[in-house]
Design a protein around this ligand. Sequence first.
Ligand SMILES: Nc1ncnc2c1ncn2[C@@H]1O[C@H](COP(=O)(O)OP(=O)(O)OP(=O)(O)O)[C@@H](O)[C@H]1O
Ligand SMILES: [Mg+2]
Length: 257
Amino acid sequence: MMEPEIRLIDLTTGYNGEPLIRDLNIQIKGYGVVQILGPNGAGKTTLIRTILGLLTPLHGKILINGEDVTGDPSRAGKYAGYVPQITHAPGSRFPITVWEMVECCLLMREKWPRIPRRKHRELVAKILKSVGLDEAYWHKNFWELSGGQRQRGFIARALVTDPPIIVMDEPLSSIDPAGRAELARRIGEMGKNHLLIITSHDPMLLLPYTNYIIMVNKGIYVAGPPEEVLTIENTRKIYGEAAIPVMKHVHIADSHY
Ligand SMILES: Nc1ncnc2c1ncn2[C@@H]1O[C@H](COP(=O)(O)OP(=O)(O)OP(=O)(O)O)[C@@H](O)[C@H]1O
Ligand SMILES: [Mg+2]
C-alpha cells in the first residue's frame, strides 16, 4: 500500500471568520509520529478537526493521499481514524460498552446483516489487548470507565478498521505516569505502520518516535523535524516564559510563577 501523505495548503482555520491557525503549508509523508504542540487554546484541536474534515477551513485545503478532503469527514474518514480529546467526548452518554463500541465500528465495514462472527470477536479482543485495556473493563458501560480507560477504548476503536492514518487528540493526558510511558511505547509501535498525528502537552514521551513537530499558537506556527523545531527560540515564541532551557535541552514547564 502507498505510504500515507497529508498536505495542508495555505490552510487558515478558526471559528466565526476569526483565524486561529494561519497560512499553514505542510507536507507530511510516510509512517511515524507527527506531534502538534501548543498551549491551551492554541488551536490544536481546531487544527486536527480541520484535517479530519469535521471543520471547514476559512481558507486553503487539505489533501490526503492526493484527494481533496477539505470539509468532508466521510472522505477524510476513509484514510484516518480519530481519537477525540476526552473532554470533548460526545455529549450524549448513550449506554454502550467498550467492546460494543469497537465491534460496532468493525461491523460497519461489513455487508448487511452485520452479525459479529468469530473472526470479528477475535480481532476486537486482540485490539483491546493491544491497547492495554484490562479484560475486566471490556463489558462495562463506557461512561463508567476512568478517563484513561476510555482513552484506550477510543484508541482501540480507531485501530480496529486499520486506517493508514490515526489522529489522536491528547491520548496521553488522562493516563497515569506509569501507564503513560507504557502507552507511549504502544503508540510508538503503532507508528511503525501508521501515520500518527498526535497533540500533546509533553513532547518528550513520544520524541523517540517523532519525525515531525508542528508547534502552534494563535496565528503563528513552526514546523519541521524535532531537532529543528524544539529550539529555545521557537519554544519561547510559542510558550513564552514556560520554555525553560535545562542543560542543552528545552523543557516546557507544567506551571510557572
Ligand atoms: N466551536 C467553537 N466555536 C468557537 N470557538 C471555539 C470553538 N471550539 C473552540 N473554540 C475556541 O478556539 C480556541 C482554540 O481551541 P482548541 O480547542 O483548538 O484549543 P487547543 O489547542 O486544543 O487547547 P487544549 O490544549 O486546551 O486542548 C479556544 O480559544 C476556544 O475557545
Ligand atoms: Mg485541544
